[in-house]
Structure formats: C-alpha cells, structure tokens
Write a protein that binds this ligand. Structure first.
Ligand code: PMP
Length: 360
C-alpha cells in the first residue's frame, strides 16, 4: 500500500518532504560518516543541530528573551506531573481549567504534587464547549493556571485565549502548537508532545519563562528539574537525538511554508471545508459549540452507530487513514494537523458525500 491521506490524532502525519529528507540522510548525515542516531549528543555536529532547531522554533513562535526552550522526554503525560513538581510547592493551590479528557488527566497527574483546584469546567456540557467566561473562579494566590489549548479527543480549542490575570498561565499545546501564531509573552510555560505538529513521539518541547525556572526546588532529583535541564541545554542526559533532528526538519519545513501565519490560514481553510460539509450534510453531526470548534481535531458522528464499521472500511479502501474516533466520544475523528494537505480534506469531504448519498 502506498502512502494514504492520514487523519491520525497522533502520532500523526509528517510532511512528506521531511520524511524524504530523513530517508536520504538516514545512512549518513551531514558528512559525519554515520547517521544522526549514531553520533554523540555532546559532539559539535549534534550540538549545532540542537542550536539550529531551537533558533528555528524561536523564530517561528517569536519567542521573546526571558524564556528557555527545552527538548525533553517523557511525553506530555510525564510533564503533567513534572510541572507542579517544578513550579509549585506542595502546600500551594494550582488552578485547572477542565475542557476535556486531557485537562482532566493533567489535573489528576498533578494532584500528588499540588492542591488541584478546578477554576472552570465544561464537564457539565459533556465538553462540547468552553466554560462560560462569567463562570471562571480563578484564585489570585494560585501557583499557576493550567489549561489545554486544544482538546485532542473532544475537539474543543481556545480561540482567543481567556484572560487569566497575573497568575502564570501554563498551557498544554500538544495538539495545536505551531498551527497558528501565539503571543508567547502571555504564558509562563508552554509544553507540547512532539507527535502531532512537531515530529515523532518521544520528545516534548517546553518553553519556560525564567522566573518559573527559578522556582525548581533543589530537593527534587536533578532529572526532574527544569532548571537543571535548562542549565545543561537539555543535555543533562542523552536526549532523543533522532526526535530532535526530525523536529528540526519540521521547523525548516514550516519556515519554507511561510511560517505559522501561513499554516493558520491553511488550517482555517481545511477545517472550514470539513465543518461546512458536516453541517450541510443532514447526515453527519459535530456537536461542539461552533465558537469552540477545534481546527485540529474534528470529531463527528454518523446518524446510526451501525454505519461506523462500513464508514471505516470504505474510507480506508479509499486511501483515507485513521478516521476512527476516540472511544470516549465514539464516532469518527479527522485530525487536520499542519502536515495534512488541503487535498486530503477535499478527498475526505468527497468520500463523505458519496458515503452519505449511498447510506442516507
Ligand atoms: N495532551 C494532549 C492535548 C494530547 O493530545 C496528548 C496525547 N494525545 C497528551 C497530552 C499526552 O501525550 P503523551 O502520550 O505524549 O504523553
């Protein structure tokens, strides 16, 4: 089977140009006589790669001075726990905004290390929208406010970001980083697992303001300390060198595409095409409040659950991969990350029309 249009939620589609470059460089990278996976992370060649990747990310997101960029491991899930270990004391409160399954998990993993307080929640509505602006109850003495900018499972995304006052804002951007411009200065800490818009799994990128780095307590193991990782340029131990390399290729690709503003325009166009097709169909349904709909993850249902198997079988045969929805919400989900081209969404919409006409 040749490469299909891939709507996977993550690990997700990578730009074909990036995969081709990685393929071409797999046996020998950069004239060093070995692949990038087979050289020391402390040698000058890898160090140069690491510095370039960081600079390209800084350029793409216009990261101001006063923030460190870390390339770590453990997945976003490990950082759900590691963030409170670093930027809160156990006797402090941290405000969590619940907008779906990932913010719930973040709160759960944080709870051994800080007193988790729910400042706002959309759970009552089944996470089909964002918590109403007037119903947020932020604690001005909280160590930080945590939110998930895009809920990968429920298909809910913040746009624009809420005003959370002076308490440092911590955002899990695993599924929408680099999909649109952001004002980094509004955040204390941004983090994202790589396997959607950055590269391959096994790498987590963190953007941390210096004053929050300074909170890392001295009595945690060094391997968990963001301050230590920052002091060592993310080379405290052996990093995910191949993941870092791939991320660097994706950053170059993004720059060549015109950067995150250009990606945002494309992402809006892709998502509009799919949501319009769903809304106009009288067959498919997306129940998320239109003001909160994610441009990255589009869950939708068919009129009868017994059609799901046929939809998945036929879409797969048509070269459309990974449309099965998450078990928590059921139905289907199409993920439209940066590396998913407009043609993929056009093909999906065409298939959906045809399927509806045959089963409607
Ligand atoms: N946060 C969000 C928003 C996610 O989508 C995911 C993974 N799908 C995670 C956290 C967890 O990432 P990981 O599996 O890499 O720990």
């Amino acid at each position: 089977m040749s490469r299909c249009f891939n709507f996977s939620a993550g690990p997700a589609a990578l730009p074909e140009a990036v995969l081709r470059q990685a393929q071409a460089e797999l046996l020998e990278w950069n004239g060093v006589g070995a692949s990038v996976m087979e050289i020391s992370h402390r040698g000058k060649d890898f160090m140069a790669l690491a510095a370039t990747a960081e600079q390209d990310l800084r350029d793409l997101l216009a990261i101001p001075d006063g923030y460190k960029v870390l390339f770590l491991q453990g997945g976003a899930t490990q950082h759900f726990a590691q963030i409170p270990m670093n930027i809160a004391r156990r006797d402090q409160v941290a405000d969590y905004v619940l907008t779906g399954a990932w913010s719930e998990k973040a709160a759960r993993e944080a709870s051994p290390y800080v007193t988790v307080r729910v400042a706002a929640s959309a759970q009552d509505g089944g996470y089909t929208g964002l918590p109403a602006a007037g119903r947020w109850r932020l604690d001005p003495s909280a160590a930080y406010v945590h939110l998930v900018s895009n809920e990968t499972i429920h298909g809910v995304q913040f746009d624009p970001l809420p005003d959370t006052g002076d308490v440092p804002l911590v955002a899990d951007m695993s599924s929408d980083i680099l999909s649109r411009p952001i004002d980094v200065a509004r955040y204390g800490l941004i983090y994202a697992g790589a396997q959607k818009n950055i590269g391959a799994s096994g790498l987590v990128v963190l953007i941390v303001r210096d004053d929050l780095l300074a909170r890392s307590p001295a009595d945690i193991a060094r391997i968990f300390s963001y301050a230590e990782h920052a002091a060592q340029g993310s080379l405290l131990n052996t990093p995910n060198t191949f993941g870092w390399y791939l991320a660097g290729l994706v950053f170059k690709w993004l720059k060549a595409q015109g950067g995150v503003a250009a990606m945002a325009a494309r992402n809006r166009e892709k998502a509009a095409l799919l949501y319009d097709a769903i809304d106009a169909s009288g067959f498919y349904r997306n129940t998320v409040d239109p003001a909160a709909r994610s441009l990255m993850n589009v869950p939708f249902t068919l009129p009868r659950a017994d059609l799901d198997a046929a939809f998945l079988r036929e879409s797969h045969a048509a070269g459309l991969l990974a449309l099965k929805g998450h078990k928590l919400v059921g139905g289907m989900r199409a993920s439209l990350y940066n590396a998913v081209p407009l043609e993929a969404v056009q093909a999906l919409v065409g298939f959906m029309r045809d399927f509806a006409s045959r089963h409607g």
